[in-house]
Design a protein around this ligand. Structure first.
Ligand SMILES: Nc1nc2c(c(=O)[nH]1)N[C@H]1C(S)=C(S)[C@@H](COP(=O)(O)OP(=O)(O)OC[C@H]3O[C@@H](n4cnc5c(=O)[nH]c(N)nc54)[C@H](O)[C@@H]3O)O[C@H]1N2
Ligand SMILES: Nc1nc2c(c(=O)[nH]1)N[C@H]1C(S)=C(S)[C@@H](COP(=O)(O)OP(=O)(O)OC[C@H]3O[C@@H](n4cnc5c(=O)[nH]c(N)nc54)[C@H](O)[C@@H]3O)O[C@H]1N2
Ligand SMILES: [Mo]
Length: 820
C-alpha cells in the first residue's frame, strides 16, 4: 500500500512487465477526507465516465452519498488502476450546483417548474412543429456521455418516431473521423485492436494522440512496458513535446495540418524498402496499385520540407514501423481535428494492411474514441447512422431495421446521409430547424466559432431544450432545462475503445427531482404518443435492462453483436468485448482475424466516400471495387491548408486538452484537486518565438483570429516554433465564482472557424491562423498551466504542480512482479 499525490504523479508508480506477460495488478483508490474503506456501506460496480478508456471501478457509498472510488483489479482494461480524473472527478456529483428542478423560460427568465409543465411544453411544441412544418423542423444533438440504453431509445424516437434525419452527437466533434476512417478501410466501424496488444507490441506509434494526458491508464500500461525488459519503441507524431514525446524513440513534430504528407512519406518508405507482407495484401486487400501510383515522388525529402521535420527522423520512423514484428498504432485528435482528417487517419490503416499487422496479438489499430460512451452513440444510431452498423444506402438493411422496430421502412429516413452536427446548426441558423433537443453536451463552449454559435442558439424562433446536470453555458440559453441524473445515479452500459462493454450500476439517488436521461426520453415518447405500425407503444421498455434486451435484438448478426451479453454476465467480473454471441460466448479479443472483414457489399455498414469531396461511393461502384469484401487500401493526396498563416495572422493555433480537466469543465472544475492543478486558461508558445517577440513566462497575451480574441497568460514550453496552443476547457462561465470572468474572452472556440473534414464532417479545431500580442507583463506571475504535462515550462522557476493533502490516494500493487 502506498499513499501517492496523484496530482503530482498522474500515472502513479511503476509495475514493470515484459513482452507477452500479463500486466500486473495495481489497485488505486481514493476516498473523501476522513472516510476509510471500513466505513463504506456499499460498493456499486461501474467504469469511468471521464474518457474513453473504460477504467473499471467501484463507487463507494456511505449514507446514500458517493464518497469515493476504487479500481477493479479483475477488469481487463485497467487491472485496478485509475487516473486522476477517475480518482477525484466523482465529487462533481455531490456539487451544490446540480440542477434539481426543471426550468422553463417565462418573460425572458429561466424559472423553476415541475416535470409535467416542462415536459408538456417540450411535447406540445414538438407536436405543433410536426403539424406545421414536419419532422425536418426538429433536430437532436446528443453526446458521447450517456449510456447505450439511452442512445438506442433516442435513436428509435428520432428516426422511427419523429422521422427526422437531423440526429447527431458531439461525437461529430470527437470521433466521427475514427468511424469514417474505419469505414473507408474496412467498410465498417469497429475497433480492430485490443488493449492487450500493448502487452506484446515491439513498436507503438501514437499519431496526434497525447495518450499520457487523455487516456492516462492506457499510458500507464505503456510506461510499465517501457520500465520492463525488451520495451517497445515509441513513435510520436505531435507538434508539441507531450509526455508521449518525452518517451519516444522518434518524435516527429510536424507543422499542424501536414499529416497526410507525413503519412505518405512513411508509406513511400515502406514501399521503397518493400517492407510489405505481400501474401497478406494479395489475399486480403484491394487498392495497392493505386497507392503505389499516388505515392510516386512522395519522397522523404519533400515531406521533410512541407512538414518541416528532419528527413532522417522520418526515415528512422519508417524503419521502426517497417521492421517491427508487432505494431500497435493509435490515432486521435491531432489527426481527427486537423486538416484532411480522414485522409490522414486512413493512411494509418494502410500501414497495418500493407504490413499484415491485424488480427493477431500485438498487431492492433486503435482509431481512438475520446468520450466514454462515444462508441455507443455510433452503434445505436444516435449519431444519425443507423443502429448496429446498418448501411443507410442498403434498402435491405432498412427493411431489417423496420422489422426490429415494427414500423414501415418508409418511416425511417434514409433518402440521404444523416445530417451532421455542423449542418444541423446551419439549419437552426437558417430557421428550418425550430426545435433543437440537446442532451449532455455544451455546444456554447465546445462548437467552433462561438460568436456564431451564441447567435444561433439564442434566436427567438428556436425552441431550445437542454437536458444537463448543471446550468451550463448552453443551458443558460434554453427555453426548457431538464435536470438529469448522471453516472452513479442511474444504471446502464457503455463500451470503451477496445469494444469492452461495462455495466454501470446506480449507486445513489439523484439530487432533488433530477431524473435519468432514459426516463426523460421515454416520458417524451409517451407524451408524443409514438406508436409502432400495430398501434403498440413504439418504445417498448421502461427500464435500462429491458432497453438493453431490445438493443440485443437489434444488434443480432451485426458486427457489434451483443446477443451473448446480459447484465448478470457483466456483474462481478471483467467487462466483455463485443462481438459476444454464440460464436464468441465470452466476447472477442480481436476482430479481423485471418483477414476476414465485414466488408461484403451486402453486409457492410458503408461503401465509403471520396476523401476529397466526401461524396458517397455508389453501391454498384463498391461492388465492382470490392466484390469479395476485402480490406481497402485508399490513397490520398496532400492538399494545402484552408487557412494558412499570413502576415497579419502569422501563427498556427491548435487547441486541445490538459490532463486534469474534462472538456468544458462542468465536472472537473467542481473537483477541487483537479481545478487546483489547472485553474485558468493559458497559451503555449515556443522558446524561439518568445525570444523573438520579447515575451516572458506569465506575460499576458491577446490571441486573435478573424473570429475573435482570447486573453491568457503565456507558458513558454516545448511546442514547435510558429504554433500556439490553447486548452479548450475554459468557457465564459466561471464555475468557482458563479459568474462571468472579467470581460476577456477565454474560450478557445472564440477563435476557431466553421470548417470540417469533407469525409467525416468533423470540425477542424487544430489549425487556424492567429496573431498574438502582449498586453501586459507577467508581474512575476507564471502561467496557471500544469508543470507535469505537455505544458511543462522550459524555465525551472515555475513552482511544480502538486496536490494539497486532500489529494493523497492509495495504490496497492499486490503482485510479485510489481518491483518499482
Ligand atoms: N484529461 C482529459 N482526457 C480526455 C479528455 C479531456 O477533456 N481531458 N477528453 C476525452 C476526449 S472526448 C477526447 S476526444 C480525447 C482527445 O485526446 P487527444 O487527441 O490525445 O487530445 P488533444 O489534446 O485534443 O489532441 C492531441 C494532440 O494533437 C496534437 N496536434 C494538434 N494539431 C496537430 C496536427 O496537425 N498534427 C498532429 N500530428 N498532431 C496535432 C496536439 O499538440 C495534442 O497534443 O481525450 C479524452 N480524454
Ligand atoms: N477548440 C476545441 N473544441 C473542441 C475540442 C478541441 O479539442 N478543441 N474537442 C471536441 C471534442 S473531441 C469533444 S468530445 C467536445 C466535448 O464537448 P461537450 O460535449 O460540449 O463538453 P462537455 O463539457 O463534456 O459537455 C457535456 C455536458 O453534459 C453534461 N452531462 C454530464 N453527464 C450528463 C448526464 O449523465 N446526463 C445529461 N443529460 N447531461 C450530462 C455536462 O454537465 C456538460 O454540460 O468538444 C469538442 N470541442
Ligand atoms: Mo472527444
Amino acid at each position: 500500500m502506498r499513499r501517492t499525490d496523484r496530482i503530482a504523479e498522474p500515472w502513479g508508480s511503476r509495475t514493470p512487465y515484459g513482452p507477452g506477460e500479463p500486466w500486473p495488478v495495481r489497485v488505486d483508490s481514493y476516498l473523501a477526507d476522513g472516510v476509510t474503506a471500513d466505513d463504506v456501506q456499499h460498493w456499486a460496480q461501474s467504469a469511468s465516465i471521464l474518457h474513453s478508456n473504460g477504467d473499471a471501478l467501484d463507487i463507494a457509498v456511505v449514507d446514500g452519498r458517493i464518497v469515493g472510488v476504487r479500481g477493479r483489479a479483475i477488469d481487463r482494461t485497467n487491472h485496478g488502476r485509475l487516473g486522476p480524473k477517475d480518482l477525484y472527478g466523482w465529487q462533481a456529483n455531490n456539487s451544490p450546483d446540480r440542477l434539481t428542478r426543471p426550468l422553463i423560460r417565462r418573460d425572458g427568465e429561466l424559472v423553476e417548474t415541475d416535470w409535467d409543465t416542462a415536459m408538456d411544453a417540450v411535447a406540445s411544441r414538438t407536436r405543433e412543429l410536426l403539424c406545421e412544418l414536419g419532422p425536418s423542423s426538429i433536430g437532436f444533438y446528443t453526446t458521447g456521455q450517456l449510456f447505450l440504453e439511452e442512445y438506442y431509445t433516442l435513436g428509435l424516437i428520432a428516426h422511427a418516431g419523429i422521422g427526422t434525419n437531423h440526429v447527431d452527437g458531439n461525437t461529430r466533434l470527437c470521433t466521427a473521423t475514427a468511424a469514417t476512417a474505419l469505414k473507408q478501410s474496412f467498410a465498417s466501424d469497429g475497433q480492430p485492436g485490443s488493449y492487450t496488444d500493448i502487452d506484446h507490441a515491439d513498436v507503438v506509434c501514437l499519431y496526434g494522440h497525447n495518450m499520457a494526458e487523455t487516456q492516462t491508464v492506457l499510458w500507464t500500461r505503456i510506461l510499465d512496458r517501457l520500465a520492463g525488459p525488451n520495451p517497445p519503441r515509441i513513435v510520436c507524431v505531435d507538434p508539441r513535446r507531450t509526455p508521449v514525446a518525452d518517451h519516444a524513440t522518434v518524435h516527429l513534430a510536424p507543422r499542424p495540418g501536414t499529416n497526410v504528407m507525413l503519412m505518405n512519406a512513411l508509406l513511400h518508405e515502406l514501399l521503397d524498402h518493400d517492407w510489405i507482407d505481400h501474401e497478406y495484401v494479395d489475399a486480403h486487400a484491394v487498392g495497392l496499385a493505386e497507392l503505389r501510383k499516388m505515392l510516386q515522388g512522395h519522397t522523404v525529402e519533400h515531406a521533410a520540407e512541407v512538414c518541416d521535420i528532419p528527413a532522417d527522423d522520418l526515415r528512422e520512423a519508417a524503419r521502426l514501423i517497417g521492421t517491427s514484428q508487432q505494431l500497435v498504432s493509435t490515432v486521435l485528435q491531432g489527426f481527427y481535428q486537423s486538416h484532411q482528417a480522414t485522409a490522414a487517419s486512413v493512411q494509418v490503416n494502410n500501414i497495418h494492411i500493407l504490413r499484415g499487422m491485424l488480427g493477431r496479438p500485438g498487431c492492433g489499430i486503435l482509431q481512438m474514441n475520446g468520450q466514454p460512451t462515444a462508441q455507443n452513440t455510433r452503434e445505436c444510431g444516435a449519431d444519425g447512422d443507423l443502429p448496429a452498423f446498418r448501411n443507410w444506402s442498403n434498402d435491405a438493411h432498412i427493411e431489417e431495421l423496420a422489422r426490429v422496430w415494427n414500423v414501415d421502412p418508409m418511416d425511417i429516413p434514409h433518402y440521404t446521409a444523416p445530417t451532421h452536427a455542423m449542418q444541423i446548426m446551419r439549419y437552426v441558423e437558417d430557421g428550418s430547424i425550430r426545435l433543437l433537443y440537446v442532451t449532455a453536451t455544451n455546444p456554447a463552449v465546445s462548437m467552433p466559432e462561438l460568436a456564431r454559435m451564441r447567435e444561433i442558439l439564442s434566436q427567438d424562433r428556436l425552441f431550445l431544450v437542454v437536458q444537463d446536470i448543471f446550468l451550463s453555458e448552453t443551458a443558460q440559453l434554453a427555453d426548457v432545462v431538464l435536470p438529469a441524473a448522471t453516472w452513479g445515479e442511474k444504471t446502464g452500459t457503455f463500451t470503451n475503445v477496445d469494444r469492452t462493454v461495462h455495466l454501470s450500476e446506480k449507486a445513489v439517488d439523484p439530487p432533488g427531482d433530477a431524473r435519468a436521461d432514459l426516463d426523460i426520453l421515454i416520458d417524451y415518447a409517451r407524451r408524443l404518443d409514438l406508436r409502432d405500425k400495430d398501434g403498440a407503444p413504439l418504445v417498448k421498455w421502461s427500464t435500462p435492462e429491458e432497453a438493453f434486451e431490445g438493443w440485443k435484438d437489434c444488434s443480432r448478426g451485426r458486427p457489434c453483436d451483443y446477443t451473448g451479453i446480459t447484465y448478470d454476465k457483466l456483474r462481478g467480473g471483467s467487462g466483455i468485448q463485443w462481438p459476444c454471441n454464440d460464436e464468441h460466448p465470452d466476447g472477442a479479443e480481436r476482430i479481423y482475424v485471418d483477414g476476414e472483414f465485414w466488408a461484403q457489399p451486402g453486409y457492410c455498414e458503408s461503401y465509403g466516400c471520396d476523401l476529397v469531396t466526401g461524396s458517397p461511393v455508389e453501391p454498384t461502384e463498391y461492388r465492382a471495387l470490392n466484390p469479395a469484401g476485402k480490406a481497402i487500401i485508399k490513397a490520398a493526396e496532400y492538399l494545402p491548408l484552408h487557412e494558412p498563416p499570413s502576415e497579419k495572422f502569422p501563427y498556427q493555433l491548435i487547441t486541445g486538452r490538459t490532463l486534469y480537466h474534462f472538456h468544458t469543465r462542468t465536472k472537473t472544475a467542481r473537483a477541487p484537486q483537479l481545478q487546483g492543478a489547472a485553474p485558468e486558461v493559458w497559451v503555449e508558445a515556443s522558446t524561439g518565438d518568445a525570444t523573438r517577440e520579447g515575451w516572458s513566462e506569465g506575460d499576458i497575451l491577446q490571441v486573435t483570429t478573424p473570429r475573435g480574441e482570447v486573453t491568457a497568460r503565456l507558458r513558454i514550453g516545448g511546442i514547435r516554433d510558429g504554433v500556439l496552443f490553447l486548452p479548450f476547457h475554459y468557457g465564459y462561465w466561471d464555475v468557482s465564482s458563479g459568474h462571468e470572468p472579467d470581460g476577456h474572452g477565454r474560450a478557445a472556440n472564440e477563435l476557431t472557424f466553421t470548417d470540417w473534414d469533407p469525409a467525416s464532417k468533423q470540425p477542424i479545431f487544430k489549425t487556424a491562423a492567429a496573431a498574438a500580442v502582449r498586453v501586459a507583463e507577467s508581474g512575476g506571475v507564471p502561467a496557471p498551466a500544469p508543470t507535469t504535462t505537455a505544458s511543462r515550462p522550459v524555465t525551472s522557476a515555475v513552482p511544480p504542480t502538486r496536490g494539497d493533502p486532500s489529494a493523497m490516494a492509495l495504490e496497492d500493487a499486490a503482485t510479485a512482479g510489481g518491483a518499482r
